[in-house]
Design a protein around this ligand. Structure first.
Ligand code: NDP
Length: 256
């Protein structure tokens, strides 16, 4: 049996990622293309496409963008058909697209509950379902679902976010169990508190920002680049005997 640095590479693999041209997704796209993957990016808008194209092409790899709201009826099938047309296979799916809407309990609009569940949970289920059919035929593949600290903990102004991210854990386990016989591994990556626009409200809250900072054993909020190594690991052959887990990348936040 051999083992080498090549087990961490994704040379000539095809990675399909939702929300892969902006926010944290752009860093995952950068990471997987840096270790050899071609990337198919799905996003709701064309936000970040030019920059992402230069990053991937700068790594000598190919990128194709699909503009698609993942919550539309039939979106999953359209995305998978297009990805297969372009690349002929899908080696890894990164379910990264996500939104967060905050309101106090008494004011939480039903419409916002549905919006968050649709993007963070329903779209993840449907796309995984469609991609699973491809991977079952290939008899190989990786699915990485993005969770959060709200996969484990409460969030008293973000009910649908907490529900959806707990749901991501359940779906990760269910898919992992169903797909293991096909040599498809399904795991989650749960980022901690990362310096991004999504956490701006918390960073700007003088009380919560200090509470969170003091709760992180590593002593600092995460930087997006600190998620890249874990993502490559979960997409690569190095993690072939890892399935059904959520990997927190949180500077130890959950320990306290
Ligand atoms: P951003 O808001 O910066 O990015 C969200 C991404 O999802 C964008 O690329 C967006 O595309 C895409 N997206 C949103 N809705 C849709 C939709 N309906 N159809 C297609 N694409 C969509 O968020 P982050 O990068 O911060 O978050 C990415 C993931 O990481 C989310 O799942 C989030 O829950 C999770 N996370 C983030 C943390 C953080 O600190 N930021 C911490 C823990 C988890 P477009 O740009 O085209 O709108």
């Amino acid at each position: 049996m051999s083992f080498s640095i090549h087990d961490f590479e994704l040379t000539d693999k095809v990675v399909l990622i939702t929300g892969g041209a902006s926010g944290l997704g752009k860093y995952y796209t950068q990471a997987v293309s840096a270790v050899g993957a071609d990337v198919c990016v799905v996003s709701a808008t064309e936000n970040g496409w030019d920059e992402t194209r230069s990053i991937v092409e700068g790594n000598g790899r190919r990128v194709v963008f699909i503009r698609q709201d993942v919550t539309e009826d039939g979106a999953a099938k359209r995305v998978v058909d297009k990805a297969i047309d372009e690349f002929g296979r899908i080696d890894a799916l990164i379910n990264n697209a996500g939104i967060q809407l905050r309101h106090d309990l008494a004011d939480f609009p039903d419409e916002d509950w549905r919006k968050v569940i649709d993007v963070n949970l329903n779209a993840l289920y449907y796309l995984s379902h469609e991609v699973a059919k491809v991977m079952m035929k290939q008899r190989s593949g990786k699915i990485v679902n993005i969770g959060s600290m709200q996969s484990y903990r409460a969030g008293k102004r973000i009910f649908p976010y907490a529900a959806s991210k707990h749901g991501v854990v359940g779906l990760t386990k269910a898919y992992a169990d169903a797909l293991a016989p096909y040599n498809v591994q399904v795991n989650g990556l749960a980022p901690g508190y990362i310096n991004t626009p999504m956490t701006e409200a918390l960073q700007n809250d003088p009380v919560r920002s200090v509470e969170i900072h003091d709760h992180i054993p590593a002593g600092h909020w995460g930087e997006p680049s600190e998620l890249m190594g874990a993502m490559v690991f979960l997409c690569s052959a190095a993690s072939n005997y890892v399935t059904g887990v959520m990997l927190p990348v949180d500077g130890g936040y959950l320990l306290r």
